[in-house]
Ligand binder design. Sequence first.
Ligand code: NAD
Ligand code: LMR
Length: 342
Amino acid sequence: ALQGSFASKAHRSSQRPQYHLNPQASYKVAILGAAGGIGQPLALLIKMSPLVSALHLYDIANVKGVAADLSHCNTPSQVLDFTGASELADSLKGVNVVVIPAGVPRKPGMTRDDLFNINANIVKTLVEAVADNCPDAFIHIISNPVNSTVPIAAEVLKQKGVYNPKKLFGVSTLDVVRANTFVAQKKNLKLIDVDVPVVGGHAGITILPLLSKTKPSVSFSDEEVQELTVRIQNAGTEVVEAKAGAGSATLSMAYAAARFVETSLRALDGDDDVYECTFVQSDLTELPFFASRVKLGRNGVEALISSDLQGLTEYEQKALEALKPELKASIEKGIAFAQKQP
Ligand code: NAD
Ligand code: LMR
């Protein structure tokens, strides 16, 4: 088993005693969109988690084969497949964490917002089913545009009377994974040690890596800050262009999503030293949703970490102000969509 493989030293505070896996840990995880480019490798990575007892794979097609294939791996979790709307409710019963990568990906030349018209409806329908069948679960939204799909999910859950802002997460882990990788490469650091908080949202300039808060402490020239910030902001587009029409990041995304699932399961299991950056309802800025580091516990978000936003460099402060109008508009677009639906 791969215990701890996603738990880089960086997102744990080093002084605390090491959390020991509860041998009785047994959580159920559902992936909605499990037969897709992200869904398949994500299912594989979650199948390797010793914390998971059941893995529910839901998609509108092609999920039977994925589940049959995966079920032959001799790791503890049971793999169950669910196909189409009539099996959606069953896929969610008793589930602790729901991960949603369902929806269309970008092609070259598109923005994430260009996916809104298709993905907004998909996320709305799936979150309605989550509200009806496992309202207490942690919900991880991967489907783009995350800056709008998370507010849509919040509205849907509110309409159903089950919204718990501590348990709804936009998955921005990939931005942190990328920032850590690019910074380690540029500064010749050991990857396992590097942790860069990334705040704001998950699209273009709304992705704001706080390089001045990099751990371990490291200094960057102005040129390095500019180059690294732009690379991290455009990393999704880098992959979209390299794939040349065949989709967007799937493998690195699956890795990042599996890390966030593992982190969430550790928090559910009582580890009290669990931190991740994620796009959540927030009062750290005047925007209703904002990605920041959060402390996770059994009940979801225990605290938003405000210290990362204090003492920003002039570059970061300007970038923070510059991202707010776009992020605000994307959030409002999501809310308006969900509110105008019957
Ligand atoms: P994909 O097309 O390979 O897979 C999507 C899957 O969703 C398909 O299997 C499809 O059948 C399924 N699907 C479509 N409608 C559905 C529905 N109503 N119910 C259940 N499943 C449904 O796409 P992908 O590469 O896996 O990307 C999926 C989404 O993730 C895209 O929106 C992409 O932009 C987003 N994404 C987000 C991040 C992030 O950092 N948050 C990173 C990469 C990709
Ligand atoms: C990413 O950051 O890779 C994803 O949001 C997919 C995309 O469209 O870039």
